[in-house]
Design a protein around this ligand. Structure first.
Ligand code: IYR
Length: 223
């Protein structure tokens, strides 16, 4: 059975506006920074809700929208989350990580201390659903789950940046403790933690993070 088709809502922009908007968007998004020093200042929940709604418009395999966002405000679960993440990270930095990996991280100055997991006003735990469907409660196979959730996370980071917040993507490994803390089912894979809030006063970023490859190194117009 073929679904009903609807006319596309599309308003063509004048070419000058297109050019200006592409340029303006790049000028703004290139200011996005991964931040590890967060302020405890409150951020209204509505901003996070709208950013998640924006992420939820991402394209996905068969439009199954195979993502779930568990949002933690400042409650007791945060202490649990920080303790469990720091335990994983201690194992990573002290035993699991290869020297090559530690060398690659050295310019970022990261270590196993994750105070922002308690300080920042919001933590969004992102889960990837192996099964689901176009509406909640369905139990069909999902497709291109990782690609779909990755795109949604990119859109979420962009929406949070556009709203004037800074973010940090955090992926402790393994992340089973995140499923337990957020009480999510076993067939959902914990995918990423996104920390969101205001930067701490005097927050810094590593110079290393400002190196972005020029267009000629990331793209080629082959015809
Ligand atoms: N998950 C660890 C290590 C880490 C790994 C990569 I690759 C990074 O770009 C940054 C950190 C941590 O959060 O410290």
């Amino acid at each position: 059975m073929t679904d009903t088709r609807l006319p596309l809502e599309f308003t063509e922009k004048p070419l000058d506006d297109m050019t200006a908007e592409a340029e303006a968007f790049y000028a703004d998004i290139k200011k996005r920074r991964t931040v590890r020093e967060f302020s405890g200042r409150d951020v209204p929940r509505e901003i996070i809700e709208n950013a998640i709604l924006a992420a939820g418009t991402a394209p996905s395999g068969a439009n199954h929208q195979p993502w779930f966002f568990s949002v933690l405000g400042k409650g007791p679960l945060r202490t649990k989350l920080r303790e469990a993440a720091e335990a994983e990270e201690r194992a990573f930095y002290q035993e699991k990580a290869s020297q090559e990996w530690l060398d690659a991280l050295e310019p970022l100055g990261t270590d196993d201390h994750k105070p922002y997991l308690e300080i920042a006003p919001w933590i969004i735990a992102v889960f990837a659903q192996r099964r689901g469907g176009v509406t909640a409660g369905e139990n069909k196979k999902n497709y291109y789950v990782s690609e779909s959730v990755g795109i949604a996370c990119g859109m979420l980071l962009t929406a949070l940046h556009r709203a004037g917040l800074v973010t940090l993507t955090h992926t402790p490994n393994p992340m089973t403790f995140v499923s337990e803390i957020c009480n999510r089912p076993k067939d959902e894979k914990p995918y990423m933690l996104i920390v969101a809030g205001y930067p701490a006063d005097g927050a810094t970023v590593p110079e290393h993070a400002l190196i972005k490859k020029p267009l000629s190194d990331i793209a080629e117009f082959i015809e």
